[in-house]
Structures are given as structure tokens and as C-alpha cells.
Design a protein around this ligand. Structure first.
Ligand SMILES: Nc1ncnc2c1ncn2[C@@H]1O[C@H](COP(=O)(O)OP(=O)(O)OP(=O)(O)O)[C@@H](O)[C@H]1O
Ligand SMILES: [Mg+2]
Length: 256
């Protein structure tokens, strides 16, 4: 917000991190088609922390796949950090996926036979950085997510919350412009989920990380600064949350 105000005052146009206009995604299904997204428009500024909510099948994962450049829309436009995504070729898209986007999933998706450190180093494999620099970068993000003491552990030797932290460290190791998390607390108990929200809030607050998080859970969504709701591939509401819940606040009885 302060950034926007100062940009407006200085007359320098502010560039949004994400500008999406009239996005549609149609999946052909035999004779029929499924309109997973049906004219979605929104912008996200650098440093925002946003939840995407909506019932199962409403298009959340489809939307995140497009925002993360894993999939392309059927129509509409997407400008990521000033660059129109539809004009990018496959090499440019792969490069954007590697450099600009960090993905976190509900099921962690870690390699089970390698250590936390090696899992986090993986996205750095093709960067051309020396093994020593890769190791240092990976250790730095593992420390950032609070796992300095667990770097040699394999996923099976870590709790669910710790495994998700490794996945978050892996997503952050390339300094992505956007961290996209699809149901990051969906496989965790509520206390561990709160720890993950605490981590996201500190990434947002301390390093200005742009975070987009999908959740079914309105209590989890209330930890973020803005909530976009989807239903049947359409945005039904998009509202700031002026008083985000501090992570660790007990869930109200009625919401269990
Ligand atoms: N590859 C695909 N082929 C055909 N239909 C698809 C495909 N991917 C998604 N869909 C359909 O698009 C719609 C939106 O799916 P999506 O996975 O985006 O929903 P979601 O909001 O993430 O749901 P959930 O909360 O269950 O994860 C659904 O009706 C789904 O069946
Ligand atoms: Mg989904």
C-alpha cells in the first residue's frame, strides 16, 4: 500500500506482479466441454498475500496452473511482472517457471530417497551455479523456514509440517517472484497448519514475498490480506482482509 502511494506521488507508474483479464479455460470432454474458468479478471501487486477460495471443482487449481505457467488459458490475457505470457515460447515459459514461480502442494511432493538439503538443492541443478553456492543457498532457505537442524533428514524422518517446510524451502530457493501454494495446510493438523501460516506471514512481512494460496478453509484464508472467491469458474468476490488473523490464534469453536 505504502509502495502504491509513493509510486502514485512520484508519478512513476506502478507495475503489478500479475494482471489477468477475462481468462477462460475450456477442457474438451468427448462431445462436451468443461468451462473450468469463465472470464476471470484480477491483478495482484508485488508483496501481496492472497487466498483463493471456492468449492471443489470451482477452478482454483486450474487458475493456479495458469498463474504458475504450467498451463495456458483458452482465451484472455495474463501479464506476469510486465511480460505477456501468451507471447512467450516454450523455452521462455520454462525459464519463467524456474525463475519466477515457486510451487507448494498439499502432498509436499518431496523425493523420498534424498535429504532435505538435496531436495531443496534440486531446482538449482540447471542454474549453472557451483555446487558450493547451491548448497549455501539451500542451507540459507532451510534456515529461513526453521529447519537448520534437520538438513540431513530424509522426508520419512520429518513430521508433516517439517516436510511442508522443506517443500516451501525448495519453492523459495530460486528467489521466485511468486510463491503459489495449493492447499498447503490441507494435509496437516490445525496446529501444524498454523505453523505454516506463521511461516507464510513472516515471508510476506519480512522479505515481501508475494504469496498466493489456495484453501478450502475460511479460517486459514483469514490469515491472508485478501480473499478471492471462485465458484463455477467465476470470481464471486474479491475483498481485502484488513485485519488478518495472527498465526497461532485458536480457531473459534464454531469452525471446527
Ligand atoms: N485436465 C482436465 N481435463 C478435464 N477437466 C478438467 C481438467 N482439470 C480440471 N478439470 C475440470 O475443471 C473443473 C475445475 O477443476 P479444478 O481442479 O480447477 O478445481 P478446484 O477448484 O481446484 O477443486 P478442488 O478444490 O477439488 O481441488 C472441474 O470441473 C474439473 O473436473
Ligand atoms: Mg484443486
Amino acid at each position: 500500500m505504502a509502495e502504491a502511494v509513493s509510486a502514485a506521488r512520484s508519478g512513476v507508474p506502478k507495475m503489478s506482479m500479475i494482471v489477468i483479464e477475462e481468462l477462460t479455460k475450456v477442457f474438451p470432454m468427448g462431445e462436451n466441454e468443461i468451462r473450468a474458468l469463465n472470464g476471470v479478471s484480477f491483478s495482484i501487486e508485488k508483496g501481496e498475500m492472497v487466498s483463493i477460495m471456492g468449492p471443489s471443482g470451482s477452478g482454483k487449481t486450474t487458475l493456479m496452473s495458469i498463474v504458475g505457467c504450467l498451463d495456458v488459458p483458452s482465451s484472455g490475457t495474463y501479464v506476469l511482472d510486465g511480460s505477456p505470457v501468451e507471447k512467450m515460447n516454450d523455452t521462455q515459459l520454462a525459464d519463467v517457471r524456474n525463475r519466477k514461480i515457486g510451487f507448494v502442494f498439499q502432498q509436499f511432493n518431496l523425493l523420498s530417497r534424498t535429504s532435505a538439503l538435496e531436495n531443496v538443492m534440486l531446482p538449482l541443478t540447471y542454474t549453472g551455479l557451483s555446487a558450493r553456492v547451491c548448497r549455501e543457498k539451500a542451507l540459507r532457505v532451510l534456515e529461513l523456514v526453521g529447519l537448520k537442524e534437520r538438513v540431513k533428514h530424509h522426508p520419512a524422518e520429518l513430521s508433516g509440517g517439517q516436510q511442508q517446510r522443506v517443500a516451501i524451502a525448495r519453492a523459495l530457493v530460486n528467489d521466485p517472484a511468486i510463491l503459489i501454494a495449493d492447499e498447503p495446510t490441507g494435509a496437516l493438523d490445525s496446529k501444524t497448519g498454523a505453523e505454516i501460516m506463521d511461516l507464510f506471514q513472516s515471508l510476506h512481512r519480512d522479505i515481501g514475498q508475494t504469496v498466493i494460496m489456495v484453501t478450502h478453509d475460511s479460517f486459514i484464508a483469514r490469515h491472508t490480506n485478501r480473499v478471492i472467491r471462485l465458484a463455477d469458474g467465476i470470481i464471486t468476490s474479491d475483498a481485502p482482509n484488513l485485519a488478518p488473523i495472527k498465526a497461532g490464534t485458536p480457531r473459534p469453536e464454531a469452525e471446527f
